[in-house]
Design a protein around this ligand. Sequence first.
Ligand code: ADE
Length: 235
Amino acid sequence: MRIDIVTIFPDFFGVLDVSLLGRARRERLLELGVHDLRDWTHDRHRTVDDTPYGGGAGMVMRPEPWGEALDALLPEGEDADAVVVFPTPAGVPFTQALARELASERRIVFACGRYEGIDARVAEHAATRARVLEVSLGDYVLNGGEVAAMAMIEAIGRLVPGVVGNPESLVEESHEAGLLEHPSYTKPQVWRGHEVPEVLRSGNHAAIAAWRHEQALERTRRVRPDLLPPEVETR
Ligand code: ADE
């Protein structure tokens, strides 16, 4: 998979050199390109924003540098199967299901806006070249799309085959089975007076699986009842 990121803060993405995704990049499982939007400006001040039509507070990102950036990264007639993701609080919610879907793509471009957003014609035009998704990380406002893109890239990247060493560890985690994950424990058996639940030390695999499922269900009911289908929720 190849991921390109267009941003006015390319330094933000230095952290993608470390940890699991850093290794995935070195092993060429994941190709990542970070591009400075200002490289596609032509004025002395490398201007990327302007005042909004219709008035209002804040600045809007001008379409021209974005147009040139997307022309360079997705030349017309090529990469018709690419996906362009615009992180925005006005987008569809980012979920594990969407992460899984995007992990099977060949090419994704993240267009990270700042200020009050990007001129709406950019997404409209990008849709003539590629599949466009406006995606929100959650119901809160960040200063721009960079942190959201980073979170999405981590969630997507770890689902690319080979990135996580043991693929079984992806199966049991939160949101994969529609439930939050059960709690986990390691040694020592007693720590500061808190004991590891006895069932986990029993060696009875069926009992352990049943306990974990019950814990997952209980935790989901308690903190995220919205994740449960109505018939389970009322039981
Ligand atoms: N940009 C600003 N806030 C955002 C959010 N909640 N999700 C995605 N992109 C954003």
